[in-house]
Design a protein around this ligand. Sequence first.
Ligand SMILES: [Zn+2]
Length: 389
Amino acid sequence: MEQNRCPRCGNTDIDLFYQGSKGWYCRACIKFSRVLLSETRQENWDDYPADLDSEYRLNFELTDHQKIISRQICKQMKEKDVLVWAVTGAGKTELCMEFIQQCLNQKKRVAIVIARRQVVLELAERFQQAFQCKVIPVCEGYTRDIDGDLLIMTAHQCYRFFEKKFDHIIVDEPDAFPYDGNPVLQGIVRNSCKGTMLYLSATPDSKLLENCHVLQLFSRPHGYNLPVPVSVYCLPVFSYFYVFCWVLNRVKQGIPFLIFVPTIKDAHRMTVFLKCRFNVKCCTSKTKDKDGIITKMKQKKISGMICTTILERGVTFEGIDVCVWNADHLTFSSASLIQIAGRVGRKASRPDGDCLFLCFSRSRKVDESIQMINYANNTKMSIMSSETQ
Ligand SMILES: [Zn+2]
């Protein structure tokens, strides 16, 4: 064997190396195409256009906290991987614009890697509005044109770039499926990058916290605290009645709401129960017209939605209240509970909002998530590097 490390995914487990007719190849990342261990091909990027306009424009101004973090990113990325630990709704995307601009100025290649395809398309549009250069999304259905000035893509698409390599990669929500807990995908992303990486997360794991310079931003642009969830304990038999009263209360006040439940079965059951009286819809991974239902919710054509964790990140609804039924169920980690609580209070005109964790028994994860939100509210912002911790 010429070398014992896959050039693309970084796999070193020799049991996953096989000898083919052309030489040894890696089976850990075979589903992306066959890559020979001896492959050290280095391709070059086309030059940036000479008249590249790297300035970005926003139609709002960053807050003072955002500006400080934004400057720190530019500074610390020169030395080491950086983790921006920011609460949901802190404006993570805007925080990296200055850094991206700097990279474009220096003719460096940057990519933004995002877990979900839908968010890739949304973000590409937002970046295209802010930047004048050619921003292109690379994800399922958008793989024909992969030669832009700024690439926004799903982690799976990174395999196309391990020979070219980016100067820097920004990974949004590394704690989300499918990137989280997938060493092959993580290896592929890492190996498509020559320089330092920037991670953006609301709920980072201990590995990231240890290995990166950490910048914390725990305040939202509107300046209000994150709504702190209230946990209520009740017997399962009474829980439906409790939810019913909670929903009735929201409907009377005209407040849109989301009810998170642990499983698809629970979602259907809860929907059938609430539908008798309220105008609600169910949204799970099995729902066919997800986008249509989400649009209806945004246009306030329905009072609320019953959903599984598929809506825990990404989608923003304005001025909603949230209830998590059976919050102590093992489907919900403390990270996902924090994400769910982060759905509330996104809008400056209604920055408070209610978040209810309805539990059947005492749960450490529920307590931890509430503690973490309190900690974020007390901290607001800090700049720490792993050496000084
Ligand atoms: Zn591999």
